[in-house]
Design a protein around this ligand. Structure first.
Ligand code: UTP
Length: 229
C-alpha cells in the first residue's frame, strides 16, 4: 500500500486552465504502477487555484476561516472527481468525506481511492498523513510544484539548495515559520507533520510536474527530498 499526494497547484496552468493533459498522464501512470506492483494505492488531490479563487471571493463577503476551509475541502474533492473520471474503472467512484468513510471504502474495494479534503483546520497533506497512518502505508509520496525541500526559500534566496534529505525535526522548524490560513497552508502543515512524526511514516517530496517521478520513486529511486527520523 502506498499513498500519493498530488499538489493542487500543479493541476492548473499559467492561464488558470485545468491541466487536463497532466491529469490524463497521471491516470496512465497510476494505472501502470498499480498493474506492475499489484499494490493498493490511495491518491489525495489538493484544491489548487480553484480553492484559492473561491476562498478569495468568500473572504470578500466576510466568510470565516472555517467556511473558507470548507470551500477548500470541496474544491479538492471536485479536483479529486476529475482524477476519478480519468482513472475510470481503476478508481472508486467517489471521494470519501472523512477518515471514517475512507476506512469503510478501503475495506470494500481494491480500487484506487481518490480523496480531497476531510475537515477544517488542516490541508490535504494532513489527509494524506492520516491515510498513510491508518493503512500502515509503506511510503507517502508528496508530488508538488517544487523539486523537493530547499535549504531556504528559493524564490527569495538564490543560494537555496535542494536537500536530498531532511530530518522531521528540521522540517517541523521550517514549516512552523509559515503563516497558516485557508487556502494557504505550508508545503506540509503542522497536523501532517505530527502524524508522520509519531508513526515514522516514510515521506518523500518530489516534483509533480512529471508523473513519471511516481514510477521512479516506487521503483526505489531517491529523487527529490526524503524525510529521515
Ligand atoms: P490544500 O491546501 O491541501 O491544497 O487544500 P492546495 O492549496 O492545492 O495545496 P497543495 O498544492 O496541494 O499543497 C486546499 C484548502 O482546503 C482546505 C484548506 O483551506 C486548504 O488550504 N482544507 C483542505 C481543509 O480545511 N481541510 C482539509 O482536510 C483539506
Amino acid at each position: 500500500m502506498f499513498v500519493v499526494k498530488i499538489g493542487g497547484s500543479i493541476l492548473f496552468d499559467e492561464e488558470n486552465q485545468i491541466n487536463d493533459k497532466l491529469i490524463s498522464k497521471y491516470a496512465k501512470t497510476i494505472r501502470n504502477v498499480i498493474n506492475d506492483t499489484e499494490k493498493k494505492c490511495t491518491i489525495i488531490v489538493g484544491g489548487g487555484k480553484l480553492a484559492r479563487k473561491y476562498i478569495a471571493i468568500a473572504r470578500k463577503y466576510g466568510a470565516s476561516e472555517e467556511t473558507s476551509d470548507i470551500i477548500g475541502i470541496e474544491s479538492a474533492k471536485l479536483n479529486a472527481r476529475l482524477l476519478i473520471s480519468a482513472l475510470s474503472d481503476n478508481a472508486y467512484h467517489t471521494p470519501p468525506n472523512s477518515i471514517e468513510e475512507f476506512k469503510e471504502f478501503f475495506k470494500q474495494t481494491k480500487k484506487v481511492i481518490v480523496c480531497g479534503g476531510f475537515k477544517p483546520g488542516q490541508s490535504t497533506n494532513a489527509v494524506a498523513a492520516s491515510i498513510a497512518e491508518t493503512t500502515n502505508a509503506e511510503i507517502l509520496i508528496n508530488l508538488t510544484n517544487v523539486e523537493g525541500v530547499y535549504s531556504d526559500d528559493p524564490g527569495k534566496n538564490p543560494e537555496a539548495k535542494l536537500l536530498d534529505t531532511i530530518t522531521i525535526a528540521e522540517l517541523e522548524t521550517m514549516m512552523a515559520k509559515h503563516q497558516i490560513k485557508a487556502g494557504y497552508y505550508p508545503l506540509f502543515d503542522p497536523t501532517a507533520i505530527q502524524i508522520v512524526k509519531r508513526s515514522k511514516i516514510p515521506l518523500q517530496f518530489a516534483s509533480g510536474h512529471n508523473p513519471e517521478n511516481l514510477t521512479k520513486i516506487i521503483s526505489g529511486a531517491k529523487i527529490g527530498t526524503s524525510v529521515i527520523f
